[in-house]
Design a protein around this ligand. Structure first.
Ligand code: NAP
Ligand code: MG
Length: 498
């Protein structure tokens, strides 16, 4: 891998990598799509097309599912024990790490995120997750039970792989999320068909080479690129897929409930959020500002866990909003490939329009912009980090997931925890909630009152050793930790007369 030190180095490296045509990875080989059509891939920092990918359709999905089916039903994969599966996963982790620079570059090119983040979070996060989950492959087991009639029966459970898993991935953390789902499926002994988001398939396609190089048997992992409503839908509906794991919007998630109903395949849904952050008067001011900033600006706000409704105790409010604005304004906006960039572009012109519309609607409804609010530059899909005050609970900016660097800040007058919780819980979503206080007792009481899958107290970020998922319309089931792996298993009960 040549050095990536200068901007010219990076451009020269990026162009040929990104314009290489990658096709569909089915049964361990690169195959052409049956329609012969392709989908353009854009660099969101410039709006220029950098590559194209294959527009996979139902026929391609069918071929991939049949390959995954054969690998599961009759291939060598099913006869491998957990240790052998783990070894392949660890080999893949090593290969991803060795190719970190190239994969990170691909993530930055089609997703726009800062290169340093793509390296540390997306690629090395995928490596860490693979290594962690590989350990679970040898730790999946059932239980023995005391039967109703002791002495007559031996009763126990076993955990078995659910079968062929369809994995549908969004564009905000393309490689990490593909690897996250894939690693859990593989640890459990499943085979998989991955459908990356059409905007960000490059790194996942590159990973296919590494999957082959690691020595996975053909058909264990298959990758079909394409549009969600074509390839994704076909995967969700396919009768030979046993489990669908989807991360994406709540709107699409709901349609998948219908799509999987044909064969009642198992379904995990990791969906949207509108997470509250609550800053109490005794909070560590610096930590709270930094964490709130990170939670609505990270990945240009394109994170499901974004803390986009910020409730701040009146005693801190003015100072907090001023400091948050000042730090938001000092974030360096720019192409992910430029050193020092902290905030990259949004993924697409559509997303830029969407985020801008939310801000405009907020302002025309009476909200005021404390900072940001405008498109940044004239090339690419950049937007300034935006803080809104004076919003109302019924405004779309307060109710809907924006998926951009936009936060609404609201003061609260007193520590009436029930009243705070009522406001914080006044959402269809329930993915995360953030609490900032030095008072441990208050933190515990507040934690119990909030209806969300993950509560972070004086903390930001995600821990892949712990279950992650949503209450309410933020999803079904959990990923990460042991629960994430067990979600790819079936529980079999055995009652044996003795
Ligand atoms: P999206 O539009 O729902 O798409 C997600 C994936 O589903 C993409 O691969 C998409 O393909 C595919 N898809 C779209 N329509 C489909 C259909 N009818 N059938 C099957 N698949 C279909 O979401 P996104 O805009 O990419 O991602 C942003 C959303 O993801 C946000 O709502 C965010 O909160 C959520 N998210 C949740 C989590 C979590 O863990 N809870 C994590 C990250 C993101 P194409 O894009 O190629 O059409
Ligand atoms: Mg999409």
């Amino acid at each position: 891998m040549p050095s990536l030190n200068s901007w010219t180095d990076r451009q020269q490296l990026a162009a040929p990598v990104a314009t290489k045509t990658r096709s569909l990875f089915i049964g361990g080989q690169w195959r052409d799509g049956q329609s012969g059509e392709s989908i353009p891939v854009f660099d969101p920092s410039s709006g220029r097309q950098v590559a194209h990918i294959t527009r996979g359709g139902p026929d391609d999905v069918n071929r991939a599912v049949l390959a995954a089916r054969a690998a599961f039903d009759t291939g060598p994969w099913g006869r491998m024990n957990g240790a052998a599966r783990a070894q392949l996963m660890l080999r893949l982790a090593d290969l991803i790490e060795e190719n970190c620079d190239e994969l990170a570059l691909l993530e930055t090119i089609d997703g726009g995120k800062p290169l340093a983040m793509a390296r540390q979070v997306d690629v090395m996060g995928a490596v860490a997750k693979l290594r962690y989950v590989a350990g679970w492959a040898t730790r999946i087991y059932g239980e023995t039970f005391e039967p109703v009639q002791p002495g007559l029966y031996h009763t126990f459970t076993v955990r078995e792989p659910v079968g062929v898993a369809g994995l549908i991935v969004p564009w905000n953390f393309p490689l990490t999320m593909a690897v996250s789902k894939m690693s859990e499926a593989l640890a459990a002994g499943c085979t998989a068909v991955i459908k990356p988001a059409e905007q960000t398939s490059l790194a996942t396609l590159r990973m296919a080479d590494l999957i082959a190089a690691a020595g996975f048997p053909a058909g264990v992992v298959n990758i079909v690129t394409g549009y969600g409503r074509e390839a994704g839908q076909a995967l969700a509906e396919h009768p030979l897929v046993d489990k669908l794991s989807f991360t994406g919007s709540t709107a699409v998630g709901k349609t998948l409930v219908q799509a999987v109903s044909g064969n009642l395949k198992r379904l995990t849904l990791e969906l949207g959020g509108k997470s509250p952050a609550i800053v109490f008067g005794d909070a560590d001011f610096e930590v709270a500002v930094r964490s709130v900033l990170r939670n609505f600006c990270y990945n240009a706000g394109q994170i499901c866990a974004a803390g986009s409704r910020v409730y701040v105790h009146r005693s801190l409010y003015d100072r907090f909003v001023a400091e948050l604005s000042s730090q938001a304004q000092s974030l360096q906006i720019g192409p992910g490939i430029e050193p020092g960039t902290q905030l990259g572009p949004l993924i697409s012109d559509r997303q830029l329009e969407r985020v801008s519309r939310y801000i405009e609607e907020g302002v025309s409804g009476g909200a005021t912009i404390v900072s940001g609010g405008k498109r940044f530059g004239s090339e690419g899909y950049f937007i300034e980090p935006t803080i809104l005050a004076g919003t109302r609970a019924d405004m779309p900016v307060r109710r809907e997931e924006i998926f951009g660097p936009v936060a609404a800040v609201m003061p609260f007058e007193e520590n009436d925890l029930d009243a705070i919780a009522r406001e914080a819980n006044d959402t269809e979503y329930g993915l995360c909630a953030y609490i900032h206080t030095r008072d441990l007792s208050l933190a515990h009481r507040m934690t119990r009152l909030l209806r969300a899958g993950t509560i972070r107290v004086n903390a930001a970020g995600l821990d892949y050793t712990m279950p992650f998922g949503g209450f309410k319309q933020s999803g079904w089931g959990r990923e990460n930790g042991r629960d994430g792996v067990l979600a790819f298993t079936e529980l079999k009960t055995v009652i044996m007369g003795i």
